[in-house]
Design a protein around this ligand. Structure first.
Ligand code: DC
Length: 215
């Protein structure tokens, strides 16, 4: 069984996916890490994220070992990930890895949860359950701002909001696999929900969806 979770940056879909995976005994893949890994390698080797050829070459060599490490969460990597993710060749190079994880999750897992931008629309259009997790840009920026402050990093709220709006525009506006709600995805707006309430709501949505389908 596959659960597809999509949504914009900092919507809480990562935390939610991990909690759902624990709850259902599923394996979880944060597909944003694939694009972040490509972005990090491009920046680290002094290349330009806008260079589609270079990014595609890097993407073809990405493997599980590249998905670890806190370096992937750096802000410069977030922005560059959104740039490399717009190259069709990069998306094509990362497709098999994601579909393979969805169809053959690690041993012991009862299913797979993938979260990203195009899981329900492109990667796993046949997923049994699709959630589209979103929140207002201001709510997402406030959460990210709080996280940065708590980690001791210097942060300016307006700058965080601007970064989120820029990534949203790029992720929604690209021609290939743009961020959008799949027709059959269930909407979960977390603007007014904390992490526990969002998790409870998500479990309700998953259960309702499964109740309507033979397992
Ligand atoms: O979910 P995230 O913030 O870690 O994703 C980083 C970037 O990767 C995001 O700006 C867009 C891109 N991405 C994508 O295009 N498709 C996905 N399935 C996941 C992420």
């Amino acid at each position: 069984m596959i659960i597809a979770i999509d949504g914009p940056a900092a919507s809480g879909k990562g935390t939610l996916s991990r909690r759902l995976a624990r709850h259902y005994g599923f394996a979880c893949l944060d597909t944003g890490k694939l694009y972040r890994a490509v972005a990090w390698k491009i920046l680290d080797s002094g290349q330009n994220p806008a260079d589609s050829q270079a990014a595609e070459t890097v993407a073809r060599r990405i493997g599980p070992a590249d998905l670890e490490g806190s370096r992937l969460t750096e802000d410069r990597v977030s922005q560059a990930a959104s740039v490399v993710a717009a190259h069709p060749g990069v998306r094509a190079a990362l497709l098999d890895f994601q579909r393979n994880f969805a169809r053959h999750p690690p041993p012991g897992a009862k299913g797979a949860i993938l979260d990203g931008r195009d899981i329900g629309t492109v990667i796993c259009p046949d997923a049994e359950v699709k959630l589209y997790v979103t929140a207002s840009a201001e709510a997402r920026a406030s959460r990210r701002f709080k996280e940065l402050q708590e980690s001791g990093a210097e942060a300016i709220y307006q700058r965080v909001l601007q970064d989120i709006e820029q990534r949203d525009a790029r992720d929604r506006g690209r021609p290939t696999a743009p961020l959008k709600q799949a027709d059959d995805a269930l909407l979960l707006d977390t603007t007014a929900l904390d992490a526990d309430a969002a998790f409870k709501e998500a479990v309700d949505l998953v259960e309702k969806k499964l109740a309507g389908k033979p397992r």
